[in-house]
Design a protein around this ligand. Structure first.
Ligand SMILES: Nc1ncnc2c1ncn2[C@@H]1O[C@H](COP(=O)(O)OP(=O)(O)OP(=O)(O)O)[C@@H](O)[C@H]1O
Length: 258
């Protein structure tokens, strides 16, 4: 089996700025305080994904999952190390990314499909399915700038799943969609997985990850914390733990009842 994604010692550095105004910066400098700090959002991460594997990319908030997807997708370049991929990549890596707020949903659909490499003929063939999947009704005629985050996710996901990709990246599709849409997304991602395409699925929902993926990769403050069987990855993160304080937790329910 061929390699679909190969990451070697990938580092992505960001600058965290503590102040927003000149005045604040001047005061901080006068007091000898730092005004910004560099940190590695992705810190020396290496792993290989074989074609057809389904990976659950997990980790606490801010651990670097979205950043890593952007590096894999190619919208961000690593500061050092290499990120190689084989084949066409599609997916939803950030809700609303690539949308023009002043254009309507329909216009953005066409634009987005073209950006993702769909030919005019292919789009004509798939247009009705995309519209049906997004299920936005007349809202499709309204400017995307007025869309809710869930509506943006619907449109972005609807286009992305209809692209003939070899690698599908999904970031937090379950976070903003309503329940019927989540169910539809999970079904579609399962179809993608079962068709032998490579899937990288970012989620905080252990139930959904366990159902969708065979391998789990856990990021911890930008570093690779765990890479192995998906159940072990969930256990490593203690996402399978339920104690009294977790009683109000809804995350697992979301995954379990899909
Ligand atoms: N463009 C940026 N400039 C500076 N810092 C950034 C930038 N993008 C992300 N970060 C920081 O990098 C770290 C990793 O962010 P990232 O969005 O990859 O985390 P995540 O694991 O996807 O988090 P979550 O689960 O909350 O979605 C965070 O500390 C975030 O604040």
């Amino acid at each position: 089996m061929a390699e679909a994604i190969v990451l070697q010692n990938v580092v992505k550095e960001f600058t965290l700025r503590y102040h927003r105004t000149f005045r604040e910066i001047t005061v901080a400098k006068a007091k000898g305080q730092k005004t910004s700090e560099k940190f590695n959002a992705i810190d020396d991460v290496s792993f290989t994904v074989e074609e057809g594997e389904s990976i659950g990319l997990m980790g606490l908030n801010g651990s670097g999952k979205s950043t890593l997807l952007k590096v894999i997708n190619g919208v961000m370049r690593p500061d050092s190390g290499t990120a190689l991929t084989r084949g066409r990549i599609a997916g939803l890596i950030a809700t609303g990314a690539g949308f023009h707020p002043q254009l309507s949903g329909t216009e953005n659909l066409v634009l987005n499909a073209a950006i993702l490499g769909m030919s005019e003929r292919e789009l004509k063939r798939k247009y009705d399915d995309i519209v049906e999947f997004a299920d936005l009704g007349r809202t499709l005629d309204a400017p995307v700038g007025h869309y809710s985050s869930g509506q943006k996710a619907r449109l972005g996901f609807a286009v992305a799943v209809h692209v003939d990709s070899d690698i599908f990246l999904a970031d937090e599709v379950l976070a903003v969609g309503d329940k019927p849409f989540k169910v539809k997304c999970m079904r579609k991602m399962r179809e993608i997985r079962d068709s032998g395409r490579t899937l990288v699925f970012v989620s905080h929902s252990p139930g959904a990850v366990a159902k969708m993926c065979t391998r789990g990769i856990v990021l911890e403050k930008g570093r690779l914390g765990f890479d192995g069987d998906v159940a072990d990855a969930i256990h490593y993160l203690q996402y399978d733990r339920t104690d009294d304080e977790d009683e109000l937790e809804t995350d697992d329910e979301i995954g379990n009842d899909i």
